[in-house]
Design a protein around this ligand. Structure first.
Ligand code: HEC
Length: 384
């Protein structure tokens, strides 16, 4: 068999398995078997489902999907045999045959080692304030090994038993955030049990660890954009409070469901409103903005996710889709929008580049693609 699961099937499989794990944890929590650890219910097992392998290994994903289908079919046969007693022997034999013929996946591919916080999720919501606090934590505790640019070439790196990895590539997106949290708190060791990275449970609070992980993600996003010209992995718009017309105060996150255009001051000061999206001015206040977000934390976070210095920021624009993902970047002095500005794409769907935009500014085409090709964040193989 050489077919592989279509993308939607794989997504369904991943979210189904993820739900099943979370439901199991909730049930065990209710029964008192999964007490709270670091503020959330612990995962009490030494193993978890390895979502990351399912994403990478098409053959394995196919076997898992088929095995689940076989299991459901066998269960269905047993259920039917309860009511349709005349055929029950036939149905039992059928169920056993299905179970014997199922292409069961390798257990060592299905499961991965787990820690109590494996299924924990960050309580931060990628807030700009947290990212900035995380930056200070990084500079104080992590920079000496991981380096100012996150590539693992800090001043102390050469003396370590192993070089720290670069944190700017796919690493952060491959891991479950709860497992990164655990590693920063408790450190890491090599196969021989020798410590490779120290743990910070004594020095840092839980909140500080979530903050530094947000910082790492923001920083890695900007480095990725500068190096490859794309946000290869989805990046959330950092959250911050905004003041909109009629004196309404919101958080950027609460504007989800609408498309946003975030324009950093400078050449964008006289940007007209646009009915297709909500315009948020960031940075220096402008006169009569649709929405204005001028916290210093947001400016710092935007320069991180764009990989730019503060002085390069004025004039930058970003488009945020209805789900809160950063999708397109408009650079100062480039004029209107074009398909090339869509730096976060869903898969390789390049065949559907927007046709000639209706109003000539390219924005219609971009908006259509943002709406029609939603992106999803898959971390450690599971959807966030
Ligand atoms: C003494 C040097 C040192 C310091 C200080 C240090 N790290 Fe590390 N870090 C390492 C090394 C070495 C590795 C690779 C360890 C391994 O793979 O066994 C690593 C790995 C990591 C990883 C990758 C984990 C993974 O899943 O592969 C993350 C994330 C990380 N460090 C974050 C941090 C953060 C955040 C701090 C500061 C709070 C920090 N590190 C401080 C040396 C250090």
């Amino acid at each position: 068999m050489s077919w592989s699961l279509p993308a939607q099937g794989l997504n369904l499989l991943l979210s189904g398995l993820q739900e099943a794990q979370l439901d199991l944890r909730a049930l065990l929590h209710l029964l008192g078997c999964a007490p709270d650890v670091n503020g959330q219910a612990a995962w009490p097992f030494a193993q978890r489902i390895a979502g990351e392998v399912l994403v990478q290994d098409a053959g394995h994903a196919r076997r898992v999907a088929l095995s689940i289908a076989c299991l459901l079919l066998a269960l269905l046969s047993l259920l039917v045999s309860l009511f349709w007693r005349r055929t029950r022997y036939g149905l039992w034999v059928g169920a056993v045959a299905i179970l014997l013929l199922a292409p069961w996946p390798d257990a060592h591919l299905l499961l991965a080692p787990a820690v109590p916080t494996s299924l924990h999720t960050s309580p931060n919501g990628f807030a700009a304030e947290g990212i900035v606090r995380g930056q200070a934590v990084y500079q104080q505790y992590c920079l000496r090994c991981h380096g100012a640019d996150g590539r693992g070439e800090g001043v102390d790196a050469a003396q370590l038993p192993m070089w720290p990895p670069t944190l700017n590539g796919s690493l952060l997106w491959k891991r479950l955030e709860g497992e990164l949290f655990w590693r920063v708190r408790h450190g890491m060791a090599d196969r021989a049990g020798r410590s490779t990275m120290p743990g910070f449970a004594e020095q840092l609070s839980d909140a500080q660890v979530w903050d530094v992980l947000d910082y790492l993600q923001a920083h890695a996003s900007g480095q990725m954009l500068q190096e490859s010209g794309a946000w290869t992995y989805p990046v959330r718009m950092p959250d911050a409070s905004v003041l909109c017309r009629q004196g309404l105060r919101h958080s950027l996150r609460s504007l989800a469901g609408q498309r946003l255009r975030v324009a950093v001051d400078g050449s964008n000061a006289d940007l007209p409103d646009d009915p297709r999206l909500v315009t948020v001015h960031a940075g220096v206040p402008v006169s009569d903005p649709e929405c204005q977000a001028n916290s210093a934390a947001l400016t710092t976070s935007l320069s991180l996710v764009l990989g730019l210095s503060a002085s390069q920021l004025p004039g930058q624009q970003m488009l945020v889709d209805r789900d809160g993902w950063l999708r397109a970047r408009g650079q100062p002095g480039r004029g209107g929008w074009s398909a090339d500005d869509l730096v976060c794409r869903a898969g390789e769907a390049t065949g559907v580049v927007a046709a000639v935009p209706a109003n000539g500014d390219g924005l219609d085409g971009l908006i259509r693609r943002m709406d029609e090709e939603p992106v999803r964040l898959v971390r450690g193989g599971f959807v966030h």
